[in-house]
Design a protein around this ligand. Structure first.
Ligand code: HEM
Length: 272
């Protein structure tokens, strides 16, 4: 789309493309949030105080992310039951909503865990904190997967890549396969799905306070992962969800396209 700006200097034709200031702000904020999110998986990576304070800042950044995307949020909220809205958009909305609720639970349970006075409540909030954090890993992957095309188009413009050659295509596919294989291995090795289900199941079965005694010798030392280890571990798990979402979405779009084409052909044939 071309916008026309009339100024004292004359008429300017401004290309209102994907690389506008708002989109650059959005992508910069999203990258900052992704980096911050990964640091949370080692509470002493910088310091525990940093974990707590930056966790609260993360909540504020989510609000800024929502303000920047308010047009889409308001529009879909108003029309969520409208049959004209695509199923894909509705699923994307539901996924974003569950992610938002998870983040609220993470911050709330983090605060409650620090003020809880008995073992039962401390454990309940801790498992809720961990479970919602693991759930967010998967949801962030799905969220990124749904917007991957937009992200890629932005980077292509930024790096001035106009056409993809067969070499860049092969390299890109090789990258995807490598990240996917490593991600699946990490998801399995880290027992991601076990951790997710065990922590959430604990929280759900301990909503009502119980008279629990702290078992002896329950304190343990966890290895302290560096930022690079955290980024490769959690980045690759997020990528598995992202890649799976992107390709499922692509396959469904192709299926819909060929369905539409078939309909058009049948319509034309009937006319003839
Ligand atoms: C979106 C933001 C946050 C995420 C994703 C997150 C995630 C996590 C994760 C994965 C751990 C375990 C880390 C490890 O074992 O080294 C953890 C620990 C912890 N977090 Fe957070 N956190 C967030 C914000 C907060 C906030 C705002 C608070 C408090 C106000 C908080 C309080 C705690 C506490 C007390 C622990 C220690 C639990 C323990 O090991 O006993 N977190 N957090």
């Amino acid at each position: 789309m071309i916008k026309i700006k009339i100024s004292a200097k004359g008429i300017d034709f401004i290309e209102d493309n994907i690389m506008n200031k708002k989109n650059i702000a959005k992508i910069t904020l999203d990258i900052a949030m992704a980096i911050l999110f990964i640091t949370f998986f080692n509470k002493t990576l910088i310091s525990f105080k940093f974990h707590v304070q930056s966790g609260k800042v993360f909540g504020l950044l989510i609000l800024v992310h929502m303000i920047l995307n308010r047009r889409w949020i308001v529009n879909i909220t108003k029309r969520i039951f409208d049959s004209k809205i695509k199923i894909r958009t509705k699923l994307s909305y539901i996924c974003s909503l569950i992610l938002l609720i998870s983040i609220v639970f993470i911050i709330f349970s983090g605060m409650m865990m620090m003020t809880a006075t008995n073992y039962d409540r401390k454990m309940f909030y801790k498992m809720l904190h961990f479970g919602a954090s693991y759930l967010s890993v998967g949801l962030i992957g799905i969220h990124v997967g749904l917007y991957w095309k937009f992200v890629m188009n932005m980077f292509k413009k930024l790096l001035k890549i106009n056409k993809s050659t067969s070499i860049t295509k092969i390299l890109a596919n090789l990258c995807v396969v490598t990240v996917l294989v490593f991600g699946i291995y990490t998801t399995y090795k880290q027992e991601y799905f076990n951790k997710l289900s065990n922590t959430l199941a604990y929280a759900i079965t301990h909503i009502i306070p119980q008279d629990l005694e702290e078992p002896e010798g329950s304190a343990y030392e966890k290895e302290s992962l560096s930022f690079i280890s955290l980024a490769t571990t959690y980045g690759s798990i997020i990528s598995v969800f992202g890649i799976a979402t992107y390709y499922i979405d692509l396959a469904l779009k192709e299926k819909n396209k060929s369905k539409e084409l078939k309909k058009e052909i049948i319509k034309e044939l009937k006319r003839v």
